[in-house]
Design a protein around this ligand. Structure first.
Ligand code: G3P
Ligand code: MG
Length: 248
């Protein structure tokens, strides 16, 4: 059974706000979203921050990289202006501050562990340990109130499992490969997270019959969302918070 919400705001607030910021979480919340996906990466000093890209240039102005910058430097950067002047000065959030915001506002989290290449194990370990400590007051049996950790990096997922075995995990994969079941078993994940574009009703049935949760990214067309849910997909994230309501 899937104990989590069905529709998640992708990267915090989808198209409504600069991705992976507190402003994005606030915009999603204003739209009625109490479920969110965001990306977490380590700074140079191994502090988890919300960020999607390894390098500056898109959401952060200038040149440089997340792995080459301290958390203090990153949190002083402007992660909002690229999106719109009204978000100017919106900082890169620390992961712990994003979690605090979400917990305060009862927002459930899918935490995507997004390691800089070469930092997979450390990122999985640090993010999971940080999560375990931030959710130490939540009972393991209360699955719906624990975050779901996911990653494209098998190494990061294995490290997360060692660091915080009680936290639920999902394996992110661009497409469902023939070895998906053995990979899920080896990783001890409870869910498979995949791009919706290559899904078929038969694949959905196989994953569900094997007892795994099935999550899709990133679904922006309401008709496609309805089709996926009809096939048995448990949940998806979307950028189109304006087209797909939280209670879809
Ligand atoms: O977690 C699902 C989705 O966010 C993966 O793609 O690149 O948006 O992190 P990306
Ligand atoms: Mg992501």
């Amino acid at each position: 059974m899937w104990p989590y919400p069905k529709v998640l705001a992708h990267r915090g607030g989808g198209i409504l706000a600069p991705e992976n910021t507190i402003a994005a979480l606030r915009c999603g919340l204003a739209q009625g979203f109490h479920a969110v996906e965001f990306d977490v990466m380590l700074s140079k000093d191994a502090v988890p921050v919300l960020m999607h890209d390894y390098e500056f240039g898109r959401t952060l102005a200038g040149t440089g990289s997340v792995a080459g910058s301290t958390a203090e430097a990153l949190t002083a950067m402007d992660a909002g202006s690229w999106f719109g002047a009204e978000f100017s000065g919106e900082p890169v959030p620390l992961f712990e501050d994003a979690v605090a915001f979400c917990r305060h506002h009862d927002i459930w989290m899918n935490v995507e562990i997004k390691p800089v290449p070469g930092m997979e194990a450390l990122t999985g370990e640090v993010v999971a340990a940080c999560c375990a400590s931030l959710f130490a007051d939540v009972a393991v049996s209360d699955a719906g109130h624990l975050p779901l950790l996911s990653s494209f990096s098998v190494t990061a997922l294995k490290a997360a499992k060692s660091a915080a075995p009680v936290l639920p995990r999902g394996w992110l994969t661009e497409r469902i490969t023939p070895d998906w079941k053995s990979q899920c078993q080896e990783l001890g994940v409870r869910a498979l997270h995949t791009n919706h574009e290559s899904l078929t009703p038969e694949l959905v049935r196989q994953v569900k019959d094997a007892g795994y949760g099935l999550f899709c990214y990133t679904v922006n067309d309401p008709q496609r969302a309805l089709e996926l849910l009809r096939w048995g997909v448990d949940a998806f994230c979307t950028d189109r918070l304006d087209l797909i309501p939280a209670d879809f």
